[in-house]
Design a protein around this ligand. Structure first.
Ligand code: DON
Length: 567
C-alpha cells in the first residue's frame, strides 16, 4: 500500500484511522494476482510492463503506453491528438475520465469547411493542417503522471523517447495504413521523410526513426504541460500550421486544459458498467443500448431474433447520438433522460420484433423535441486504466509540424460540418455537434470497465463510429461468461441509424440468418474488411485468474505477469 500511493494509509490522522484502516483492508483483500497490459503494439505493451516492473502503478504505465503508441503507432494516436483515459483508483474507488479530447481552434467557426455556396468542401476537414484541432494528449499525460502516478514523467516517458530515437520496425499493419494514406503523406515532405522510404511505403523491417519527436517528448518530460503548450515547441507548432494554411494561435495552445469528468455509469445483467462520458458519445450510447436490451428481455432471445433486436437497439441509440450529443461545456444535453429506464422503455415499445424500422420513419418517441488506438491496464493494487486515443483518420491530417516531429490530428472531421452531411464515418449530426471556437468535437471512443462480484473487465477499441457497437457486443460476451479471447475476436455487425444499413464483417452471420434479416426489412451490407482492434483484460474474481487478449484483427499484444514475478 505505502509503496504505491502518495498518501499512505498509515499516515492518516487518528480521527479517521478506522475509516482508513477499513479502506486499506478492503483494498488489500481485493487485489489481482497478476498485472496485465493489452495494447495495439507489442513495443507499447512492453513499455507498460517495464514501468510496472520499475514500481510504477497502472497510471504511470498508462502514460508510458500512450507515449510509446505515439511513437510506434503513428497512424493511430499521438502527441498531435487526444483521447479519453478512464481511471479506477483502487485505494479509494475513485473513478474518473481524463478528457484529453482536442478542441477546435479559437478561429474556427461553424462554416469553416463550407464553400461560398454553403456546401462542404470535400476533404478539407480530413487532410492538412486546417483539419487539425488543438491536441490534448500531451496535457493529459502530464496530468495523469502528476495527479495519479508515482513516478516522474521523465521515467514514464523514457521508453517512448528511446523508441523514437532508436526507431522501430515497420510491420504489415503499418504498411497497410501508410498505403491507405500515401497521397496525403506524400503531399507533406516532412511527413514523407519520416514515415516513407524515398517516397514509397517502407518495406517490412524498415526502421522508422523520429529524433525530432524524441526531443519534443524530452521537453514534455522535463517541463510537463508547458514543455508542449508554451515555449519553442508551441511556437514551432503554430508557425508551421499557419504557414501551411491552418488557423492555430499560441493562445489556443496556452488555453488548452484537460478536464476531469464523471464517467457514465449503468447497470446490466448484474454488472456495473463504467464508460466514457461526453464529449464522447460512447458511454451514453452504450448504456442506452444496454438499457433497451434489458427492457426487451434480450436473454430470452437467440439467433436471428437476438441479432434483430441488437440492430434495432443500435439504430435508436445512434439516433439519440446524432440529435443530442456534443461538448458538455457548450451544449445542454438531456443525459438523465437518455439514460433513464423510461427512455429505454419508450424506445423498446417502437421495436417491431418481426420487421426492421426504417431509420427514415424513426421519430423519437418523446413528447418533447429538441485510426485511433485502445489499451487496457490492470496493476497489482487493482488500479485500472482503459484508454482510447486518437488522431482520427490513419496518420491524422498527414501534416507533421516542422521541427517537432508531431503528426497532427484531423479530429475536426468529428464535428458536424453541416447538418445532415455525413463525416468520414458516415455519421450525421446537428446543432449539438456544430463547430464553435474552443469546442470539443463529439467522439465515439468508449473506454469501459465492467464490474461485479464475479469479475472486473477493462476494454475498448478503435474503429470510428463502430466503436460503440463493438464494445456492446463485447459486453454481452463478458456478462455471458465467455473467455476474454472471445470478446475481442467475435464477429461483428453494426448499425448507426444513418445510413440505414446493417454492416457485416466477413463471416459475421450465417446465410440463413442473413436471409431472415433481409425478409424482416434490414438492408444488409456485407463488407469485405473486418474492423476494430480491441484490447481487453479480464480479472475473474471467482477463480482469481487474470487474462488478457488483443484483437486478432490487429498486431497488438496482451501480457499478464504474476505479481510475484513482477520484480
Ligand atoms: O473520436 C472518434 O470517435 C474518432 N475520431 C475515432 C476514430 C477511429 O477510431 C479511427 N480508427 N479506426
Amino acid at each position: 500500500m505505502t509503496r504505491l500511493f502518495r498518501r499512505p494509509c498509515g499516515k492518516a490522522p487518528s480521527w479517521s484511522f478506522f475509516a482508513f484502516w477499513l479502506l486499506c483492508s478492503l483494498a488489500l483483500a481485493d487485489r489481482p494476482p497478476a498485472v496485465a497490459v493489452a495494447s495495439a503494439h507489442p513495443l507499447a505493451t512492453e513499455a507498460g510492463l517495464e514501468i510496472l516492473r520499475q514500481g510504477g502503478n497502472a497510471f504511470d504505465a498508462a502514460v508510458a503506453v500512450s507515449a510509446a503508441l505515439a511513437v510506434v503507432e503513428p497512424y493511430g494516436s499521438g502527441l498531435g491528438g487526444g483521447g479519453f483515459w478512464l481511471l479506477h483508483r483502487a485505494a479509494d474507488g475513485r473513478e474518473v475520465m481524463i478528457d484529453g479530447r482536442e478542441r477546435a481552434p479559437l478561429a474556427a467557426g461553424r462554416d469553416l469547411y463550407l464553400d461560398d455556396g454553403g456546401e462542404v468542401v470535400p476533404r478539407l476537414s480530413i487532410d492538412g493542417p486546417l483539419a487539425a484541432a488543438i491536441p490534448g494528449e500531451p496535457a493529459a499525460l502530464a496530468h495523469i503522471a502528476r495527479r495519479y502516478g508515482l513516478l516522474p514523467l521523465e521515467r514514464s516517458l523514457a521508453p517512448a523517447i528511446r523508441l523514437a530515437r532508436e526507431g522501430f520496425e515497420v510491420d504489415e499493419h503499418y504498411r497497410r495504413m501508410a498505403a491507405w494514406r500515401l497521397e496525403v503523406i506524400r503531399r507533406y515532405p516532412k511527413t514523407a521523410a519520416i514515415f516513407l522510404d524515398e517516397g514509397e511505403v517502407p518495406q517490412l523491417g524498415h526502421r522508422i526513426v523520429q529524433p525530432e519527436l524524441a526531443r519534443t517528448l524530452e521537453r514534455l518530460a522535463k517541463a510537463g504541460r508547458e514543455g508542449f503548450y508554451d515555449g519553442p515547441v508551441a511556437r514551432r507548432l503554430v508557425a508551421s500550421v499557419r504557414a501551411a494554411g491552418g488557423i492555430w494561435s499560441l493562445e489556443d495552445l496556452r488555453q488548452y486544459r484537460v478536464v476531469e469528468r464523471k464517467p457514465v455509469v449503468g447497470h446490466f445483467a448484474g454488472h456495473r458498467i463504467v464508460s466514457a462520458s461526453p464529449p464522447s458519445s460512447g458511454g451514453v450510447v452504450l448504456v442506452e443500448m444496454l438499457n433497451m436490451l434489458t427492457e426487451a428481455g434480450w436473454r430470452s432471445l437467440q439467433g436471428v431474433d437476438r441479432v434483430h433486436l441488437l440492430v434495432e437497439v443500435m439504430r435508436r441509440a445512434y439516433l439519440d447520438r446524432a440529435r443530442y450529443l456534443g461538448d458538455p461545456d457548450q451544449v445542454e444535453m438531456p443525459l438523465d433522460r437518455l439514460l433513464s429506464r423510461e427512455h429505454a422503455l419508450r424506445w423498446v415499445a417502437t421495436i417491431d420484433p418481426h420487421h426492421a424500422t426504417p431509420s427514415s420513419v424513426l421519430a423519437e418517441p418523446e413528447p418533447e423535441g429538441t485510426d485511433t488506438t485502445h489499451f487496457s491496464i490492470l496493476d497489482a493494487e487493482g488500479n485500472r486504466v482503459a484508454a482510447t486515443l486518437s488522431i482520427n483518420y490513419p496518420f491524422g491530417s498527414g501534416f507533421v509540424a516542422g521541427g517537432t516531429g508531431v503528426l497532427l490530428n484531423d479530429e475536426m472531421d468529428d464535428f458536424s460540418a453541416k447538418p445532415g452531411v455525413p463525416n468520414v464515418y458516415g455519421l450525421v449530426g446537428g446543432e449539438a455537434n456544430a463547430i464553435a471556437p474552443g469546442k470539443r468535437m463529439l467522439s465515439s471512443m468508449t473506454p469501459t470497465f465492467i464490474e461485479s462480484s464475479e469479475r472486473v473487465a477493462i476494454l475498448g477499441t478503435p474503429g470510428g463510429s463502430r466503436i460503440i457497437t463493438m464494445v456492446l457486443l463485447a459486453v454481452l460476451e463478458a456478462v455471458e461468461g465467455q473467455p476474454v479471447a472471445q470478446w475481442v475476436s467475435r464477429p461483428r455487425f453494426h448499425h448507426q441509424y444513418l445510413p440505414d444499413q446493417m454492416q457485416l464483417e466477413p463471416g459475421a452471420l450465417t446465410e440463413p440468418v442473413k436471409e431472415e434479416l433481409g425478409r424482416r426489412g434490414h438492408h444488409l451490407r456485407q463488407l469485405d474488411r473486418s474492423w476494430g482492434n480491441m484490447q481487453a483484460i479480464h480479472w475473474d474474481r471467482r477463480t482469481g485468474r487474470v487474462s488478457a487478449a488483443s484483437d486478432p484483427r490487429g498486431a497488438g499484444s496482451a501480457s499478464t505477469v504474476a505479481v510475484e514475478n513482477l520484480h
